[in-house]
Design a protein around this ligand. Sequence first.
Ligand code: URA
Length: 197
Amino acid sequence: VAARSPGHPLPALPASYHELRQAALSCTRCRLSETRTQVVFSDGVVEAKLVVVGEAPGANEDATGLPFVGAAGQFLDLLLGTVGLSRQDTVYICNVLKCRPPGNRNPLPDEIEACSPYLKKQLELVAPRALLAVGSFSAQALTRDSRPIGRLRGDIHSYEGIPLVVTYHPAALLRNPGWTRAFWDDLQLLRSVMDGA
Ligand code: URA
């Protein structure tokens, strides 16, 4: 990662949403900027009640510049729809990493660290009523707890004062249909949090 020595702190990120997005779109804070096609900043509405945070763009997302547009994303939209949530009017979707790791390898710790100021600022500016972390990278990054997803799910966590529910990644559900019931339960928990129960 470039410019990460203690003597050369990264420049502060801009304070407005528009400028933050512009800064991300030309980011070179880590090596993924060398291999990405497009930066994948977000989809959905900025005035969202819910922010969904995934792991990182895949091939479809890298090509389109939008998060969760492949099979996993379509499944996610379907599941969110069952509790009355959609990118059209209530949901904002983004990822821990804004750029695709080559070959869809796992995010590396220094990449998560370089990218996390964008996510932090994004969540601060969107200021949703609740957060849903999908998959272990997102769940562990937002809870700052390294336990596996199976242990983190089922509780209401807190991220900077925002209630946070964590669940399986929709791509994992496509591989393990047996986890769909647990995901469903997590969505009900999320819905109750959002309804102020
Ligand atoms: N998986 C993710 O975690 N994010 C995307 O945007 C697409 C697939």
